[in-house]
Design a protein around this ligand. Structure first.
Ligand code: B12
Length: 162
C-alpha cells in the first residue's frame, strides 16, 4: 500500500521533459460542437478526429449544444477558438447573439468558425456567408467545404506554426 501511495505521489510531481513542455505549448485548443437542437453526430466525430490528428487539443461537446455551453467550455479550457457545426438548417436562429454573448462572457475576440448546412432553402452561399459574418463569425464554410482548407485558415488565424 505504502509503495503504491509513494508511486502515485512520485508520478504526480514528475518533472516534465523539455519535449513534453514543447508539445503542451504547441497544443492549441478548439471547442467543438453541433449547435442548437441539432442531432447530426457523424460530421462532429469526423471533425474531432481531423483536428486531433492535426495536433489540436479538442474539447468536443457533441450534439445539441447551447451557446452557453460553448462559452462555458471555452472559458474552462482557455480555448483558442470555437468551431460550430449546424446541419439541420436552423443555424441562423441558433447562432443569433452568439458573438455578443461571447463578448459579455469575456471572450472578447475569440475566433468563431462555422460550417455545415447553415440554412434551409435556396440562398446562395455568398448570401449565407454574409449573414453569418455580420453575426460576428470569423469564417463561414459551405456544405462540402474542404477540411484541409479550413485547417489552413484556422492555423493562419491562430498563428499555429507547422
Ligand atoms: C443521417 C441524417 C440524419 C439522422 C442523424 C443521425 C445522427 N445522430 O447523426 C436523423 C435521421 C436523426 C436526421 C434528422 C434530421 N435531419 Co438529417 N440528415 C442526415 C443525412 C442523411 C446524413 C448526415 C451525415 O451524417 N452526413 C455525413 C457527415 C460526415 O457530413 P456532415 O454532417 O455534413 O459533416 C461534414 C461537413 O458538413 C463539414 N462540417 C460540419 N461542420 C463544420 C464546421 C466547420 C467549421 C467546417 C469547416 C466544416 C464542417 O465537415 C463534416 C465532416 O466532413 C443528411 C443528408 C446528407 N447526405 O448529408 C441529412 C440532413 C442533414 N438532414 C436534414 C434534415 C432537414 C433533418 C431533419 C430536420 C428532418 C426532419 N424533418 O425531422 C431532422 C433534424 C433532427 C435534429 N434535431 O437534428 C437536411 C438538412 C437540410 C438543410 N440544412 O438545409 C439534410 C441535408 C437532408 C436533406 N437533404 O434535406 N438526419
Amino acid at each position: 500500500m505504502l509503495v503504491i501511495v509513494g508511486r502515485t505521489c512520485y508520478d504526480s510531481i514528475r518533472v516534465i521533459t523539455e519535449e513534453e513542455r514543447l508539445i503542451s505549448m504547441r497544443q492549441t485548443t478548439l471547442v467543438l460542437g453541433v449547435i442548437g437542437a441539432d442531432v447530426h453526430a457523424v460530421g462532429n466525430r469526423i471533425l474531432e478526429h481531423f483536428f486531433k490528428e492535426a495536433g489540436f487539443k479538442v474539447v468536443n461537446l457533441g450534439v445539441m449544444v447551447s451557446q452557453e455551453e460553448f462559452i462555458d467550455a471555452a472559458i474552462e479550457s482557455a480555448a483558442d477558438a470555437i468551431v460550430v457545426s449546424s446541419l439541420y438548417g436552423h443555424g441562423e436562429i441558433d447562432c443569433r447573439g452568439f458573438r455578443q454573448k461571447c463578448y459579455e462572457a469575456g471572450l472578447k475576440n475569440i475566433p468563431l468558425y462555422i460550417g455545415g448546412n447553415l440554412v434551409v432553402g435556396k440562398a446562395s452561399f455568398e448570401e449565407v456567408e454574409k449573414r453569418f459574418l455580420e453575426m460576428g463569425f470569423t469564417r463561414v464554410y459551405p456544405p462540402g467545404a474542404s477540411l484541409d482548407a479550413a485547417l489552413a485558415d484556422i492555423k493562419k488565424d491562430l498563428g499555429v506554426r507547422e
